[in-house]
Structure formats: C-alpha cells, structure tokens
Design a binder for this molecule. Structure first.
Ligand code: F6R
Length: 369
C-alpha cells in the first residue's frame, strides 16, 4: 500500500532512515559488529579467506563498489567487484580461500544466481546480502545477511541500496575485526557514525524542496552528467542510472579523475553536471582535486550542482547550486549523498509526467539471463 504517498518510490525513499536502522538492528553489541547469523562462515572461516569477490547487477553492483573501498580499508583484504553476468564468463580465479559476496535486493536475479552457482562449483565460500527473505540467492548461499529494508515495490531501487551499503560496511568491520586488521576503538568510531545515520537521513529528507524546484526547472534537459571520486564515484554511477531509468534522458556517471582523459570533451555551455564532493576531511587531498574539477568544468560553461558536506565553503565560489549533506565519516558518505540524487530522479520523472514506479521496459526482478 502506498499510503498517502504519490508513488511507491516516494514512500520508499521516505523509508530510508528506517531501512538503515533495520539493517543495523541487533548487529552491534557494545559498539562492535556481531554477526553470529553467518553460521558456518564463522571467525575461523573468515580468517581462512585471502580474497573477496563481490557480484551483483545494476544498483546492487554500485553498492558493491562502495563495499570494496570500505572492506579494503578496514579488513586489508583484496576485494574485486564484478557485474554478475561478466563474472562467470571471464573464468575468474576463485577457490576455497575466496569469499564470494552476492548482493541482490530481490534475491531472484538470474545473472547473480548463476554467478553464485559458479562460485560454489569452484569451492568458494559464499555470503549473500539480500532483502527478500527466503529468496533463491539467499538459499543458495552458505550464509545470508538480510538487509531488512522492508519490501521494495517501485522498480527503481532506493532504500535497498542504502541498506546494501550498510550491510557491506558491517561486513567490512566484521572482517576487519576477525582478521585483526582493525582495533576495537577504530571500529567503535565507525559504528557510532553508523548509528547516527538514521537520524541524519531524517534531517536530510525533511527538506527536499530545493531539489524539487531544481527538477522542475530542468524538466526539458536532455543530458545530465554525474562526477564523483572514491566512494563518491559509485554514487555518481547510481545517480546516472536512476535518472536514465526513470526520466529516459541521457545520463552518465564518471570518476572525476577520469574527466581529463576524455569526458571533459562533453562539457559545453549549459551542460548540467552533478558533482559528489568528497568531505574536506578525506585523506589524500581528494576534496581539493574535486573542487579543481569543478573549476575546470565551470570555466567551460557547465552548470554545476554540488552535493557537499554541510559547512564545506570551498565549493561555494564555483558551484551554481550546493545540496548539503550532514557530516559523517568519509567511507559512510554514500549513504547520505545518494539521497538527493534519488530524490532528483524521482522529481524529474514526476515533472515530466512519467510513471516513476513502473518505468518502461523494466521489471523489478530480472529472472532471465
Ligand atoms: C535500479 C535497479 C536495478 C537492480 C538490479 C539488481 O534501480 O533497481 O539495477 O538493482 O536489477 O536487482 P537485485 O538487487 O534484485 O538483484
């Protein structure tokens, strides 16, 4: 039931805070991850693996990319991300020391299921991150971590994406702890930030008028680009996917560092570019690099909409508009920065009079290869 909402998608975005809270519920004890539900994938088993491969499709694959950054940082284990339909056909190097994590909201995506089966046949350990209880992929895997985001009816995935990212962050912390790569204090710093997310999402969602106005103003736009860096890169990909899916306009996401290697040729006066700006507290000066990307595209006439942390004033002189997100740890930022992009896609499709819950040519779960 849609309740009072104009669409399931609008309702499901409004459920973001609850979805994230539900993914965390019962999985933190004294500030440390507690994932006893992984059964035979116990601490010994997790100490025995030497690589992680994450397989998924679409939005779920973008959550996987965020997971890669976090897991490598926290657990210091090599993590590869594959689109599930590419994985099996490239004869991946996988054995009993490989942990293959599949991510699927529906748990019924055929491509992802086949990738899991391939991994099992090679002797890999398998964990699935699913939203739908008892789904095929959940049952096929050795262990399952349910996201508990609640049913997602709109074809475009929103709250499930946030929940997938949070489940991957939990898994990364758990691996970091079990494998001795991360001290308890460092883990607690992250889990404290995780626990703040639901309230921060509530604050963020309370004021979406600016994005609605922006979308209405842009309803005739024919192309939108999205740039991001580090964990903002998958957010840019997700923003572009959602926009093309719902409003049928050309949208593309790039890693900001890639701009000068080609995509900058697309910039002409009036081109709208969303830039997911990393926090100034990010290591390695990524914030300054992205601000300089913004300067470069502004100089060529782009119209820049920055998604930036509250208080980040460095973007103000260069961005045409700044959408603010609350402060969190850099690796947790996607959970917040993706929200304005989801809302933007919803509002632009709405402004164009399209059916946001049932975009043309798409099905909620893709059960054929
Ligand atoms: C995008 C979208 C799709 C799904 C993809 C995987 O909004 O919904 O890209 O993310 O088809 O679906 P699941 O997660 O059910 O395996």
């Amino acid at each position: 039931e849609k309740g009072g909402w104009s669409s399931f998608m609008a309702k499901e975005i409004a459920e973001d805070p609850e979805a994230v809270a539900n993914t965390l519920r019962g999985r933190l004890v004294d500030g440390l991850p507690s994932l006893g539900e992984l059964g035979s994938l116990d601490d010994d088993a997790l100490r025995g693996i030497d690589r992680v491969q994450i397989v998924a499709c679409g939005t779920a694959a973008y959550s996987a990319l965020v997971g890669k950054y976090a897991m490598e940082a926290w657990a210091r284990i090599p993590v590869e991300v594959d689109l599930a339909h590419e994985y099996r056909y490239r004869d991946p190097i996988v054995d009993e020391r490989t942990l293959v994590i599949s991510i699927s909201q529906s748990g019924e995506t055929m491509d992802t299921k086949m990738a899991v089966q391939h991994a099992i046949a090679q002797g890999a350990r398998t964990l699935s991150i699913c939203n739908t209880q008892g789904s095929t992929i959940a049952r096929a895997s050795e262990a399952v971590l349910y996201t508990h985001a609640g049913p997602e009816v709109a074809v475009a995935s929103t709250k499930a994406f946030l929940a997938q990212v949070v489940a991957l962050l939990l898994t990364g912390l758990h691996l970091g702890r079990v494998r001795g790569a991360m001290a308890d204090d460092a883990i607690r710093e992250v889990t404290e930030a995780l626990e703040e997310l639901p309230e921060q999402l509530r604050t963020l969602l309370a004021d979406q008028d600016e994005i609605r106005e922006l979308a209405q103003w842009m309803s005739d736009t024919r192309s939108v680009l999205f740039l991001g860096r580090h964990v903002g890169y998958p957010v840019a990909l997700e923003g572009a996917l959602k926009l093309k899916e719902l409003s049928y306009i050309h949208a593309e996401g790039f890693a900001a560092g890639e701009l000068k290697h080609g995509p900058i040729a697309l910039i002409e006066p009036g081109q709208v570019v969303f830039v997911v700006v990393p926090s100034p507290r990010h290591q390695q000066g990524l914030h300054a690099k992205v601000v300089s990307n913004i300067q470069e595209i502004r100089a060529r006439g782009a119209r820049v909409i920055a998604v930036a942390e509250a208080g980040d004033s460095a973007v103000l002189p260069y961005a045409n508009q700044v959408l603010r997100i609350p402060l969190t740890l850099p690796l947790l930022e996607p959970v917040l920065s993706v929200v304005p992009l989801h809302v933007f896609a919803l509002e632009l499709a709405t402004a164009k009079g399209l059916d946001v819950d049932q975009p043309r040519n798409l099905a909620k779960s893709v059960t054929v290869e």
